[in-house]
Design a protein around this ligand. Structure first.
Ligand SMILES: *Cc1c(COP(=O)(O)O)cnc(C)c1O
Length: 387
């Protein structure tokens, strides 16, 4: 941790960093956590994979988020060390025996499974009190930028067979699904809740907890999704009509919607050519996710001079390249930058509190783990008329 600064301007003027820096805005994490804790009709788990920084976990815990979706020994240890009273859900449906034993030894009780083999493997390696969370696949085309049901999640017959097997083993059982990341359509959650309830009935199963996953959107420049409140009110309606009559409690496990506004990436302009700009970070670093999301993940950004002053002049279009020697290291969209942007300036990309630093690889020896805390909001960005 480099330190805490009142604003990005103050940070840049004081430190002139030459490496990419991941900026954290804890006050934005606090605001997002409050939205979920007060608005979601059930427990909110935090999906640790999108940002496992201890400050992120601590900030969310301070707002009452003490349930965590973890998927690896590293994430389990991180939660254990940072939030000792945290309740963990090991929501990876394909685990090794060593991972299961480690999780059980560190107090994990909830384990995702999406077939009978995984259920029996987990049951054999754990003890009484283990709760399998049977994961259902959600039909494709339900409104998300990323589909997460091709790789994991049981089709209806296997979902029901796994629920029946868990009952035969005498286990208290939960269910889970994930509508896909950056889901723009609240109806996807309705569909998941109704589908899961129908199959639970058909299987003759009793379920106490339904975790409806993450997937709640962040609001990028091009995102046309209704506000979170619309998601919450529709989900609450489904809860009253479908879950409550069956004695099922809801939970959710957002990553992106909780963490994205809590962080940004500060990249330095290393070289400029008439139509190209070379940055010190790119698609193999903190900007990895935009390579996959392309136009769906149009990050807000702004240019800042070495003295910390926002560039505001008339805009020109630049092809933006990352620092590695790989020709693919290029942003999928051009940067529209004020004409007075120059070498030594900084470009701050917002909404990278989720899937930013965590995805960065060390390709070409260029990974940066530098983190600083910023008190001021991100403002005056591209597309912001007031800038
Ligand atoms: C990635 C993931 C999440 C978080 O998804 P977001 O789209 O970031 O909200 C939640 N649950 C599981 C099982 C995941 O794999």
């Amino acid at each position: 941790m480099i330190g805490r600064f009142s604003s990005v301007a103050a940070f840049v003027a004081e430190e002139s960093p030459e490496v990419p820096v991941h900026l954290l805005r804890p006050h934005r994490l606090t605001a997002a956590a409050r939205d979920f804790v007060s608005g979601f009709p059930g427990d909110t788990l935090y999906a640790v994979k999108c940002n496992a920084h201890p400050l992120v976990l601590e900030t969310l815990r301070a707002e009452g988020i003490r349930h965590f979706d973890v998927a690896s020994p590293m994430e389990i240890r991180r939660v254990k060390e940072t939030v000792p009273d945290g309740v963990m859900f090991y929501h990876h449906p394909a685990k090794t025996p060593g991972q299961i034993r480690l999780a059980w030894d560190l107090g994990v009780k909830y384990f995702a499974v999406d077939c009978i083999d995984e259920l029996e493997k987990v049951a054999k390696l754990t003890g009484s009190g283990m709760v399998p969370m049977v994961r259902l696949a959600i039909p494709k085309g339900s409104g998300a930028v990323y589909d997460l049901s091709t790789k994991f999640g049981a089709q209806p017959e296997i979902f029901m067979a796994t629920l029946r097997r868990a009952r035969a083993m005498g286990l208290e059982t939960g269910v889970t699904f994930h509508v896909g990341s950056q889901c723009l359509d609240p109806g996807a959650f309705s569909l998941g809740i109704r589908l899961a309830c129908g199959l639970i009935d058909e299987a003759g199963a009793t379920v106490g907890l339904m975790d409806i996953g993450g997937g709640f959107p962040a609001y990028y420049r091009s995102t046309g999704a209704p506000p979170l409140a619309t998601f919450f009110s529709l989900i609450d309606e489904e809860r009253r009509n479908w879950a409550e009559p069956r004695g099922i409690r809801l939970a959710c496990e957002p990553g992106r919607a909780l963490a994205s506004e809590g962080g940004s990436l500060l990249a330095r302009v290393n070289l400029m050519k008439p139509e190209a700009i070379y940055l010190n970070d790119g698609i193999f670093g903190g900007l990895t996710e935009v390579y996959w999301g392309k136009g769906d993940l149009s990050l807000p950004y702004r240019a800042i001079s070495p003295a910390g002053v926002l560039r505001t002049g008339a805009q020109r279009s630049f092809t933006a390249y990352g620092p590695t020697c790989d020709g693919n290291d290029k942003l999928p969209w051009p940067l529209e930058l004020p004409g007075d942007t120059r070498e030594g300036d900084y470009i701050e990309f917002n909404l990278l509190g989720a899937y930013g630093r965590e995805m960065a690889a060390s390709y070409n020896g260029m990974k940066s783990d530098a983190v600083a805390v910023i008190d001021a909001d991100f403002a005056g960005h591209h597309g912001d008329e007031a800038a």
